[in-house]
Ligand binder design. Sequence first.
Ligand code: SF4
Length: 389
Amino acid sequence: MKNSKKRILFGEYIVGSGLAAALKLKPKEVVNEVKKSELRGRGGAGFPTGLKWESAAVQKADQKFIICNADEGEPGTFKDRLLLMEHPGKILEGMAIAGYAIGAHHGIIYLRGEYVYLKKGIEERIDHMKATNLLGDKILGKRFNFDVEIRLGAGAYVCGEEFALIESLNGRRGEPRNKPPFPTEKGYLDKPTVVQNVETLCYVPYIIANGAEWFRTHGTMKSTGTKLFSISGDVENPGVYEVELGITVRELLEMVGAKDTKAVQVGGASGICVSEKDFDKPIAFEGLPPGGSIIVFNHSRKMLHVLENFMEFFVEESCGQCTPCREGNYRLLEGVRLLKKGDCTVAYLRDLMELARVMQISSKCGLGQMSPNPFISIIENFKDEILYS
Ligand code: SF4
């Protein structure tokens, strides 16, 4: 698998086989199988999927919900778009299995507003699955009903955060909120809700059809399974690739035909930017962050331009609710512009690095906690270029 090019979601799959296998088990057994697989969320945070399902399954409520987070908005990330276009059936099957496991009968795909052109294709797949009894009432002849609707986002990056997404679905301003309670206790319409990324849901039918042990034969001890990466930048063959978790940066660069590479942004804009000294590190939950995108920069690129681009994005997308993120991102961007003009002293740069670390621990949600990552890693890994060239 490691050297296979662009193989997406393990290849061959018999439609409905995961759902059929799930419906032969008790809901608790489905949860346990996903727990045993050690599947972790592919949206960035990496929370164990089985634990999330268990937390929702034990709640007593008249309604529960499964939400597919299809609000893919991280710069450089386009792997969920491919899954929504070419594998919607696996996403829907994963949602139905999750619904059966936690006792939910309704699913919502929260689709990025800019992906509106994918809506028709997904709706057609929903209709087809209803016609073949894989969605709707008495699925595959069992006493289990599950239907899915699509709702569109409106272009805010922060709505990829699960609470902001739920607030948006509830008809309120899309802003993160404090936890607890967690969405699995009080989510959409204040009911227990499981929110899963598109890619995470796609692995679920394979795990149930083939077993947790089979899934664990892929990846590393601590990062099971494969991972899709959107690879872009200075490479000969950009695109979406499925590789084993644990692959090194250097192996990935070879796979996509990258030459003269100076820097690699691993894990999306909010990930970290590494230089050649780190190219032999694994991309995994215990290594470099396995977010959805890898952006490659060759030696013709100026790292301050790269950093300015990332920080402009975060200033634009901060929801402004908490001070460390709202003010901090603005100050970091201001610092990058001072550096570009040669007007930033070493002492002030040290203050900005301290501010970045404060943002990581004091911001309310993942956006403000992660947005300092490119700032810290680019300043640390490319200090000579930034300060002395
Ligand atoms: S960290 Fe940023 S995006 Fe998150 S709540 Fe605070 S201001 Fe909003």
